[in-house]
Every structure is written in structure tokens, then in C-alpha cells.
Design a protein around this ligand. Sequence first.
Ligand code: GTP
Ligand code: MG
Length: 579
Amino acid sequence: MSELRRISKYTKPYRKEIVAAIILLGLVVVADLSIPRLIQVIIDDGVANKDMDKIISTSLLMIGASILSAVFMIGNTVFSVRASRKMEADIREDLFKKIQSFSFGNLDDFTTGQLLTRLSSDLTQVQMFFTMLLRMFTRAPLMFVGSLSIMILTNFELSRVMFVMIPVTSILVYMFISRVQPFFARVQERLEYLNQVMQENLVGIRVVKAFVRRDYENERFEDANNQLFETQLEFTQLLSIFFPLTMVIMNMATVAIIYYGGMQVFAGTTSVGTIMAFVNYVFSTMFPVMMLAMMAGQISSASASAERIMQVLDAEPDIQDKPDAIKLSNIKGKVVFKDVEFSYSEDGGDPVLRDLNFTAEPGENVAILGSTGSGKSSLINLIPRFYDATKGQVTIDGYDVRDVDMESLRSNIGISLQEVSLFSGTIRDNIRYGRPDATQEEVEQAAKAAQAHDFIMGFPNGYDTMVGERGTNLSGGQKQRLAIARALLIKPKILILDDSTSAVDIETEIKIEEALEEQLAETTRFVIAQRISTVLNADQILVLDEGKIVAEGKHTELMDTSPIYKEIYDSQLGNGGAQ
Ligand code: GTP
Ligand code: MG
């Protein structure tokens, strides 16, 4: 509930629409409540007195009232839908922007499936709730109070039927609400799980096929799908018991009114028209009570969704600019790690990096070597501040990265991440991603350095070739080279290549290296590599093992001083090594 209240601040800009919707709703109720009265007049004054004129004129009034009611209702729908849809769009925009502001650490807290569910179906729940609120919320109590007052005022004795009926229905509604309440949160949770399963499957569908795990995936999906279905089924079953039951009670009330009313008619204390009107008012009193049950369901469902949306909106990006953040410009590219320790978990669990100390001078080529899981990617993630060091500091030109403006920091760093992601669009757009205003010449220059130009020109459409979703129509090595070109195009002062040539043949790799050496002589380069041949010419090689630097220096030095390094070298190149 409280989350719903918090999310309702999004209604603020649409006050006018909301007020209009509520006023129109009030008018609908007035028109609706007048109809049974008019029926009463038709019967008592018209039919009973055989007064045809009265019948016709009152009938026309009645038709007029119902047309008015319809028109008001349409007006209400227009305003309430407009307000709630706009609100939905506003929340979605905020959600999207929030997610964009997330750090890598924040993104680790949510799965893609969770974020997608919150952006779609949770948002729909909240929107539907507000639409319903604006169409029903004020109408239900007005109808209830209005009908009941009219009944009491016109015939108190007869209206006593309602004094039995309202408590009975209320108990029923209460029972229904308390049984149904937990279902809604559960439905959303299961939907979220289903989305997660589907999303993982769709992203990894090729792996599923490769490993012949279709049956397993089908089972996993069926399981999630069934869980959702069963929850929805249970809920629908409750609904299907509730409504017929209330109908029975309502019909019993109608019979009671006709019975007692009939006796009153015989005694001459009331009219047939009044009975007719009362039968109608029974429905208009009870309808809102039934609506209340529906609404209670919607409230739980919407507040469960609102809570999940607010979790995303409330998440504070754990990496933010300081208020007085320094804008980096014209940096030289000196990178220093001082006593750096880093752990992925906030409570300072086992650090994946420890006691890191090294200096990369501007223009230096630093190679990082180490077995898988030794912390290479984690290390370079600290330079653009994708994560913050748990202890110690990382500085660029003497500035602690936590003190500088992130945008200015990152715009000086060209990075090609270990997992290449491309966007659907042309090859040119992908290379230009970090600098959309780059000229064709600049794009080509970057592509040439990344040894991508030739294969791009080999495509019939050259740079206009469309890249499929996640680069499906490109080979692994081609994707890597596009990612390198993309990083080069921003003319970075610091270039980070995380295993970016792992899928490229050695010859091409050497050419890329030569081009980088030539074109980016002043750029500080961090190159993570598996192949020792890549690092032979580096100014500085850092050998990582279990998060620690176990050796550093140039190739020739390390051959003498580091047994680990020598071992790697021998296994790959020395003594007739395979590569
Ligand atoms: P390769 O890329 O396989 O060569 O390994 P790497 O040297 O780049 O290792 P990386 O820095 O990715 O990982 C170092 C350690 O951190 C490993 O033990 C991982 O299990 C762990 N790790 C990596 N990413 C995450 C993360 O996002 N969350 C958590 N909790 N741990 C992570
Ligand atoms: Mg890695």
C-alpha cells in the first residue's frame, strides 16, 4: 500500500485530468441513480393511471438520463485513461533512466528478466490500477451511499432488507479479500521467474541447441509456466465462487423485497413502482460492494508491482560523481594503482584483488597476464570506475578516479570489453557508437588500425552492412575487431583491451599491435592477453595470480626472475611449444 502511495506522486502533473475524471464520474452516478426513480414514476404515475403521455415523457427522460450517463462515462474514460497512460509513460521513462544510471554493481543486483518484467507487466499492473481507481473508486462509494439513502428515505421499512444483506455480503467480501490477497504478489513473482527463464533461454538458445538441452529447457519452461498457471487458476477459482455467491445473495434480497413490498402494496402503504425501483437499487447498492472485492485484488496486485518498481527506482547508483567532481581534460594518461584491494560483495567478502601496486606511465604498453579467474578483468574494471576499489586508490594523472567526473573520465578511456556487444544497426554506426559525429575517414582509419577495414569492404554493402542482433552475422574475430575499432575511434588517452584478440589469428593480432604502436604512441595501453606472443613487446608485464601481482617487468627480465612467467612462456613458445 505504502508503495502505491509513493508511486502515486506520478499523478501530480495530471491533476486536471484526474479532477475532470472524478467530476464526470459523479455525474454518471447522479444519472444512474435517477433511472430507478424514473421507472417508479412510469409505473406509479403512468401505468397505474393509464396516463400514456406520462409514460412517454418519463421514458424519454429515462433514455436521456442513460445517454447522459454513457456520455459522462466516455468522458471519464478519456480523462482517466489519458492520465494513467501518461503516468505509466513517465514511470517507464524514470525506470529506464534509472537503469541507465546504474553502475556495474547495481546491474549485478537485478537480472535482465527482472528488469524487463518491471518495465513491462509490473508497470501495466500499476497503470491498470490507476485507471480503475479513476473509473471506479469514487463511483462505488457514491453509488452505495446514494442508493442506500434513497431507499431509506423513500421506504425505511423495506430498506431494512439491506441491513441484513450488507453485513452478509461484507463478510463474504472480507473472506474473499483475505483469501485472494496473497495471490497477486505471487502471480507477479512467478511471472517474473517465467520471464527470467524465457529471457535466459532466448539469449542462450544457440547453446541450448549445441548441448542438446532442449528437453531440459522445455521442462524448465514448463515448470515456470505451470507455476504461473496454477497460481492464476487458484485465483480464478476463488473469483468464480465469489461472484455466483453474491448473485445468489442479491437474488435472495430481491425476493425479500418483492415479498415484503408485496405485503405493503396489499396493505396500501407502498406502490408497485417503489418495489421496482427498490429491486434496481439493490443492485446498485451491491454492485459497488462486489467492485470493492475486485478492487482489493487489484490493490494488492498493484502494490506488489509498485513495490517492485520502487525497488528499482530506489536503488542508488553505488557509483556516483561527487558534487565537486573534477572534469578531466587533456590528460596524459598516467595510471597508478596504490595498495588496491577489491571485492565484489559489499560486505567485503573474499577480495578478488589484493595489494595491487603499479604505475603505468603515459604512452606505456602494459600487458596483463594470468590464468582465468586471476582477476585481470576485475583489475581493468577499476580504471573507468565500473567498480570502486574496496581499499587503496586508483589515480589517473594524480587524480583519484573517485574524485573525477565520470563522463570525463570514461570519455578519455577507450575500452573493448571481454564480452563484445554490438547493437543492431550498420557497421559504421557500431564503430561510431562512442563518437556519432566521426567522419567516414576517421571511421575507416580506426577500422584499418583494428584490421577490420578489409573484411568490412569484403561485404557487398561495406560500412553500411547491417549488424544483426548481438552481431549474429559476424564471426567472433570480426566482432572483436569492430569492438577494437569502436574503442580506437574515440582517440582515447587510455586504451583497454580485455582479451580483445582472443578470436583473432596471430598474424592479424601482430598487425593490430603494430598499428596501435604507431597510431597510439601517446596512449597508455592495457592489454589483457592469453597468448604470451601478444605481450613480448610490452613495456611492462603484470603477471596476476589469485588477485595478486606475482611478477612484473619486461619480457627479458621476467624470463630471469619469474618462474611462473617462464613456465607460461615455455608452455606456449619455448621448447618447441605448440604455438
Ligand atoms: P578470464 O577473463 O577468464 O581470463 O579471468 P579474469 O582474470 O578476467 O578474472 P575476473 O577478473 O573476471 O574474475 C576474478 C574473480 O572474480 C573470479 O574468481 C570470479 O569468480 C570473480 N568475479 C568476476 N566477476 C564477478 C562478479 O560480477 N561478481 C562476483 N561476485 N564475482 C565476480
Ligand atoms: Mg576476464
